[in-house]
Design a binder for this molecule. Structure first.
Ligand SMILES: NC(=O)c1ccc[n+]([C@@H]2O[C@H](COP(=O)([O-])OP(=O)(O)OC[C@H]3O[C@@H](n4cnc5c(N)ncnc54)[C@H](O)[C@@H]3O)[C@@H](O)[C@H]2O)c1
Length: 261
């Protein structure tokens, strides 16, 4: 039997990048993947690709920053598929305008970054946890970032938002262990999702400074600093699966060691 046979996995930000890759992998291993994303065209395409590959998928147009939208999506998931026992919070990301604390634009960058990364994660947990408890438990995986561990500058707002996700993860893990729910966070290193490639380029391609390059554009000798969406998706599936049943409240450092040395 497949690892996630019969499970309902809700993934936010699943129209692209790490979320889409994880949705494909959950479906390939027997789960029904419920994709929540604000991008309707990309979300429908992602769900259709899963279905065409023989998996089960449902796309629900959702704005994770909007309480009513998230509540409606979880209600629709319940009505059409059943209770989610896996929740993956992938909707998130930084803005290129993010800046140091003294200079950053409060109205736009602060609000949008905190809303998308922190409020979005908070709301998805708020609405998915009650049916998960009723179903006997499950697993939540929150996407944080290596930026939360190494105090990334100049992205002070993104760093603060991703750090708060780690604290929220521990608080949820402590409270909901008694309900059979594990909650973990992944601190991802640089992953070449389409968004990242279009914003920052790939090393060596366009001469722009990247994590894997020095100031002159030479490749650095740290081969694990950068990865593909599928690399992070594998870790998501591990944390969601029974193989990780002794891991909860954890911060998984998946940044190729960048925050360690
Ligand atoms: N890619 C990286 O290098 C990297 C590094 C560290 C952490 N992360 C984190 O991993 C997660 C996934 O990153 P990615 O690069 O795969 O992202 P991505 O940009 O490829 O995908 C994010 C998805 O979220 C959706 N989204 C945006 N706003 C939304 C909203 N309000 N409601 C619902 N959906 C919304 C987008 O439409 C998109 O489909 C993010 O939380 C990101 O911060 C990524």
């Amino acid at each position: 039997m497949s690892r996630f046979e019969g499970r309902i996995a809700v993934l936010t930000g699943a129209a692209a990048g790490i979320g889409r890759s994880a949705a494909e992998k959950f479906a390939a291993e027997g789960a029904t993947a419920v994709l929540l994303d604000i991008d309707i065209e990309a979300g429908e395409a992602a769900a259709a690709a899963i279905t065409q590959a023989g998996g089960r998928a449902l796309f629900l147009a959702t704005d994770v920053t909007d309480d009513a939208s998230v509540k409606a999506a979880i209600a629709e998931c319940l009505a059409r598929c059943g209770p989610p026992t896996i929740l993956v919070n992938c909707a998130g990301g930084s803005m290129v305008e993010d800046d140091v604390v003294t200079d950053v634009d409060l109205d736009r960058v602060w609000s949008q970054t905190l809303d998308l990364n922190l409020r979005g994660t908070f709301l998805a947990c708020r609405h998915a946890i009650p049916p998960m408890i009723a179903a006997g438990g499950g697993a939540i995986v929150n996407m944080s970032s290596g930026a939360a561990l190494r105090g990334a500058s100049p992205s002070h707002v993104y760093t603060a938002a991703k750090g708060a996700i780690l604290s929220l993860t521990r608080a949820l893990a402590g409270r909901y262990a008694r309900d059979g729910i594990r909650v973990n966070a992944i601190c991802s290193g640089r992953v070449y999702s389409e968004r990242i490639v279009s914003a920052y380029g790939r090393p060596g391609e366009n001469g722009r400074l990247d994590d894997a390059q020095d100031a002159e554009g030479r490749m650095l000798d740290y081969p694990f600093w950068v990865g593909e969406p599928a690399d992070m998706a594998e870790i998501v599936l591990f944390l969601a699966g029974e193989g990780a049943r002794m891991i909860t409240g954890a911060t998984i450092q998946a940044d190729g060691g960048r925050s360690s040395y």
